[in-house]
Structure formats: structure tokens, C-alpha cells
Design a protein around this ligand. Structure first.
Ligand code: PLP
Length: 437
């Protein structure tokens, strides 16, 4: 049975329609493989997320996690909705600034910030979430060299178990991120920072993991962060003005996955915050959230042309399409499921079991196995769903494949927001050394 989320339609030609445009026409016009992002869906998701928290708390900042999809136009859409940004590299920071997001609405995260990155962040008044003691010293020193005070918070590790892929579970005590809370390291960081001249310690931050579809870990995170905020106030008399809960709300990738609505998280998390503020007499902090996947994942699809169909006696049917792990690495890297349909046959019965391969020379290069699809033929158009987050952003040029183009669609209009790479793009940076000429 065809499973489509509410922002997709089908037309009377039996084709998938995204952002008011026939997917087959998009593929014919812009070529394949092609990422397509639905602008209205991104806006809808942002508004839904923001409302989930701002209905319950007056001071909320939603900082879009650029790592999910740092395309300038996508960031611009979110900027126009009022989003701030969560960045984790110099170039993400520059993209956020270029898209028009003011420095004071940007948070800078990561466990390995370079001097240059910190200079840029401090100069732009960005809130830096410091990850370790050496970084704290570095920030203080760089700010002093710049003659500025750096706005900082600390990334803390609240030791929260999250039922997700181990590579994207980040809140466990043994993970590489942040200051340990249980041993008192986190408190010590605040104590040290309070004595430093060139930092203004205003925030606290955690990010417990990604693709979470349960409320409980967020509630536990809120309890642990707010308990620490209260302890920091009581023991060090420091008021935490920004409590940043990170990202992590997941999306249903499989038809049977349940959905975690942000309001459900909002209800629980804000309840915890209110309780601590009331009972411990804390000043009301700004609550920051850093959603990436939730905002953009299901707004994006990948269109890929079926090149070959291979049938073997007693074997699985393989079709190969022109996008593989180079264009979308999540299936190969995490064993992630992405729903697949044939965009030109959405009215036909999905009654054939098919493996969908990419064009690369690795057995790990597949997009899905044992998928129920209509009988596939050369020239069909496969559509891979929920790829707006961590799709093109994590793509590569493996086997010298140019990265796909990306198109933004909105109510019947489509424009390229990232052009397809060319042979010249692929080889532009290579040099033949003098002795081989
Ligand atoms: C610090 C931080 N914030 C936010 C995010 C975004 O997470 P998600 O896309 O799951 O919302 C990540 C993802 O890795 C992260 O590391």
C-alpha cells in the first residue's frame, strides 16, 4: 500500500506530486539524482515546533541545527520564520550569518573548536557552548586578545540513555561530549569561568541524541539540567539565563513508526522548568532548542532514475538507481530505513519484493532491501523519502560521482538551490606535482 505523508499528493497520471509539482517533471527538467525540498513543509514544521514550546513558555529560541542541511536557501527559509541557528563549524557559522541570522541568535557547539572558529564566534556575539576545560582557557584567552567578553555556556553530559543508533546517542556518560555532571566536573567549570575576566557565563547545554521518538529521555534531560541550574545558583550564585536542550526529536521513517509531536515534549519539559523555577526561586531562563531532523527531514525527497533491473532464478530482484551511498549514506552507515516508492507508478500495486541498489562498487551500496514496489522497469523514477536531513549534508564524491543538485519547490514553483556538481568541480582542487609533469 502506498504510504504518503500529508504534504505529498498524487495526480491523475499516477505520479507523485511534491510542492505542487509532478515529480516526473522535476526529474525530467533538472535531471537525476535530484534532491527536492518542499519549502511549505519546512515552514509548517518550524511553526509546529516553535508553537509547542512558545505556547507554554514566553522566552523561547529555536536554533535550527545546520548540520542537518546547511543549504543557504533552506537556512534562509528558516531565518525568515525567525529561527536562530545551531552551528558546529566555521562554515556553518558563516552560512548562518550569510542567511541573515543575527549572531546573538546563534549557538556554537562541538568538541573541537579551532582558534579561528572561536574568533569568528566571539566577534559576532555568538553563544559558545564550551565542551572541555582546555577550551574554556582558550576562549578566555582569545576573547582577551580580541578585547571582548565571550558569551558562554557549558555542554554538560547528563548521562541519559537514549534508544537510538549508538552513533547518534550523545548523552551517555562515556560519550565524547561535554562535562561530566555526576562527578562534579560541570559545576567546577562554572566555578572556574566565574573567575575569568573575558567570559560571561550565561548558559547550559546538552544534546542527548538524535532520532528520538520517546518523551522520557527529554524529561530526564530537563530534570538533570534544571537540577544543575539550581545547584549553580545555590552554590555559586550564578543565574543561568539560557537553558539549551539541544535537538533530537525524531521523525517516523518507517510506515509503522509512531510520531513524537513536539507539543508532547514541550508539555513535559516546560513543566519541569516551571517546577524548578518556582521551587528554587530561579530567574526565568530563555529556553533554546536545536532541532535539525524534525524541521527538514520529511520535507526532502531524493529522485533517482532506475537504470537496470536484474532478475535471477531464486534470487532477489535488484534494481539499480543513479543515487547510492554517495548521495545518501544513511542506509549504509546506520542501517537506516528510508521509504521508497516509484514516483511514476504511485497508483500501481506494490506487490513485488525488490532490493534497491546504488551505482557504486560496494555491497553496502543499497538504499533499501526487500521493498514492496510495483514491477520496475528501466526509466522508472524511484523516490526516496525523508532525506531532507543528513542527506546531501553527508553525501560524498565516492567513485568520483558528482553530488546531486537540490531544488526548492513551493506551490508549483521550482528553483535550483544547489547546482549539480560537474567534472570540473570534482577535479578543480587536484594538482599534478612537478615531478610527474
Ligand atoms: C549539539 C547538537 N544539537 C542539535 C543537533 C540536531 O539533532 P537533530 O537533527 O536530531 O534534531 C545535533 C545533532 O547531532 C547536535 O549534535
Amino acid at each position: 500500500m502506498l504510504m504518503l505523508k500529508s504534504h505529498f499528493k498524487t495526480n491523475n497520471r499516477g505520479h507523485l506530486v511534491i510542492g505542487g509539482i509532478d515529480a516526473v517533471e522535476l526529474a525530467d527538467k533538472f535531471g537525476t539524482p535530484l534532491y527536492v525540498v518542499d519549502e511549505q513543509r519546512v515552514r509548517e514544521k518550524y511553526r509546529n515546533f516553535h508553537k509547542a514550546f512558545s505556547d507554554r513558555w514566553s522566552n523561547v529560541l529555536v536554533c535550527y541545527a545546520l548540520k542537518a542541511n546547511s543549504n543557504l536557501a533552506v537556512v534562509r527559509v528558516l531565518q525568515s520564520e525567525g529561527a536562530g541557528a545551531d552551528v558546529s563549524s566555521e562554515n556553518e557559522l558563516r552560512i548562518a550569518i550569510d542567511a541573515g541570522i543575527p549572531g546573538e541568535n546563534i549557538v556554537f557547539n562541538g568538541n573541537h573548536k579551532t582558534q579561528r572558529e572561536m574568533e569568528l564566534a566571539i566577534t559576532n556575539g555568538v553563544l559558545i557552548n564550551v565542551d572541555n576545560f582546555q577550551e574554556l582557557e582558550a576562549v578566555d584567552k582569545i576573547a582577551s586578545q580580541l578585547g571582548k567578553r565571550a558569551r558562554i555556556g557549558f555542554r554538560v553530559n547528563p548521562d541519559v540513555k537514549t534508544p537510538t543508533h549508538p552513533y547518534i546517542a550523545t548523552g551517555l556518560r562515556e560519550s565524547k561530549f561535554g562535562f561530566d555532571v555526576a562527578s562534579g566536573q560541570a559545576l567546577k567549570a562554572y566555578q572556574l569561568a566565574a573567575k575569568m575576566k573575558n567570559v560571561e557565563v550565561v548558559g547550559i547545554h546538552a544534546h542527548i541524541g538524535s532520532q528520538l521518538l520517546d518523551i522520557a529521555p527529554f524529561e530526564e534531560e530537563a530534570e538533570k539540567l534544571m537540577a544543575l541550574v539550581a545547584e549553580i545558583k545555590e552554590r555559586l550564585n550564578i543565574s543561568i539565563l539560557f537553558v539549551d536542550f539541544g535537538g533530537g526529536i525524531g521523525v517516523p521513517y518507517k510506515p509503522e513508526d509512531r510520531e513524537l509531536q513536539p507539543w508532547m515534549v514541550g508539555e513535559r519539559v516546560v513543566k519541569v522548568v516551571k517546577r524548578f523555577v518556582g521551587e528554587k526561586d530561579l530567574s526565568e531562563p530563555m529556553l533554546i532548542f536545536e532541532p535539525g531532523r524534525y524541521l527538514v527531514a520529511d520535507a526532502g525527497v531524493l529522485l533517482a532514475r532506475v537504470g537496470y533491473v536484474k532478475e535471477r532464478p531464486n534470487g532477489p530482484i535488484w534494481i539499480s538507481v543513479d543515487a547510492g551511498m554517495n548521495a545518501l549514506i544513511r542506509p549504509a552507515l546506520y542501517g537506516a530505513y528510508h521509504h521508497i516508492e516509484l514516483a511514476n507508478k504511485v497508483n500501481q500495486k506494490n506487490d513485488v519484493s525488490i532490493n534497491v541498489a546504488g551505482p557504486l562498487c560496494e555491497s553496502g551500496d543499497f538504499l533499501g532491501k526487500e521493498r514492496k514496489l510495483p514491477k520496475a522497469e528501466q526509466g522508472d523514477l524511484a523516490v526516496i523519502f525523508d532525506v531532507g536531513a543528513y542527506g546531501l549534508a553527508m553525501s560524498s564524491q565516492h567513485t568520483a560521482q558528482p553530488r546531486p543538485a537540490m531544488v526548492l519547490v513551493n506551490s508549483g514553483e521550482a528553483e535550483v538551490i544547489r547546482r549539480r556538481e560537474t567534472f570540473e568541480d570534482l577535479t578543480r582542487l587536484d594538482r599534478i606535482p612537478g615531478w610527474l609533469k
